[in-house]
Design a protein around this ligand. Structure first.
Ligand code: FUB
Length: 313
């Protein structure tokens, strides 16, 4: 009996070393993971749900990185609401992109503004670039009947840069080379079904994939034009046990990954029967799974696991 117990813990220990057990970040709550690869390192730009959160009252953004998909380094606070003169509250889902050696961190605040901050390194620190929002809910051309949130930058193969954002309606602007201003009008992207929030765009073999949270699930649509119209393709990922569903898709070291969040860590940390359990949905944690494509380029449905993904070299 004692021997089998010992073996169980040895095997468990070994398993933990070769797989990223979900959730992958456990010393704090994290959500809305935007995963990006810069210089062969995978960086995560999530929201930071507060330990005692009772709403989406986040105050700062941390950056994380990994080179093996198992060990994640917390680089600390890269930007905080206190550093942004025009923002009052709600440090929600951010994202980051590199251009000409600078890192541009896009972030939503106050449920109605998208700001941009610049840094010299992927892990920040980032400094508010404009002293005002880049784009707001009330700006000319923006279509938004709810929150104006969830910025997702994208640079196409021809060098043109875009910023997608919004809730209920997918808005997009074409960014200038400086990445902190934009040209032309705000455009609306057509072709999603039940789009709610968490827009994410990636490109593979010439196909643009627009994935997003809709109907509580992660769904996607494809196009051969970055601005659409897109053709709806279906569900990639089912509902999670946190109130929101928010993901990102990225290729790293020859594999594709699907990052998302759930409330598993909060559920574990807060005892059964405790009054605090009603706040669990505000305390999310980032997880990761592998993502696979079919031969025709469609995406296979992703399933949540506790084991996560194997370590890579
Ligand atoms: O984390 C706050 C908000 O919840 C995000 O901006 C949305 O995408 C949802 O996950």
């Amino acid at each position: 009996m004692q021997r089998s117990c010992f073996l169980f813990f040895v095997i468990l220990g070994l398993a933990r070393g070769v797989c990223a057990t979900n959730p992958i970040i456990t010393h704090m709550y994290t959500a809305d993971p935007s995963a990006r690869v810069f210089n062969d390192v995978l960086y995560l730009y999530p929201s930071h749900d507060r330990d005692q959160a009772q709403w989406w009252d986040m105050e700062d953004w941390h950056v994380f990185s990994t080179t093996n998909m198992v060990d994640y380094k917390d680089h600390g606070v890269a930007l905080a609401l206190n550093d942004i003169s025009w923002a009052d509250q709600y440090a929600w889902a951010p994202d980051c992109i590199e251009r000409n050696g600078k890192y541009y961190f896009y972030f939503p605040t106050d449920q109605e503004h998208i700001g941009v901050a610049v840094g010299d390194r992927p892990e920040g620190p980032f400094k508010d670039a404009l002293g005002k929002p880049l784009l707001s809910k009330g700006d000319l051309g923006v279509v938004c009947d709810r929150d104006f949130i969830d910025p997702c930058p994208f640079i196409d193969d021809d060098g043109k840069a875009y910023l997608f954002a919004g809730q209920h309606t997918v808005n997009v602007i074409e960014l200038n080379e400086d990445m902190i201003s934009y040209k032309g009008e705000v455009k609306i992207v057509e072709g999603t079904d039940k789009f709610f929030e968490a827009i994410w765009i990636h490109k593979r073999d010439g196909i643009y994939y627009l994935s997003y949270s809709g109907g509580g699930k992660i769904q996607y649509a494809i196009s051969d034009n970055v601005l659409g119209p897109y053709a709806f393709k279906g569900v990639i990922f089912d509902k999670v046990n946190s109130r929101t569903n928010h993901h990102s898709i990225v290729e790293y070291k020859g594999k594709w990954y699907f990052f998302y969040h759930n409330a598993d860590l909060a559920l574990k940390n807060i005892p059964e029967g405790s009054k605090e359990r009603k706040y669990i949905r505000w305390r999310r944690s980032v997880c990761v799974e592998e993502l696979f494509y079919n031969e025709d380029g469609t995406i296979r449905k992703v399933t949540q696991t506790k084991a996560g993904v194997p370590r890579v070299k």
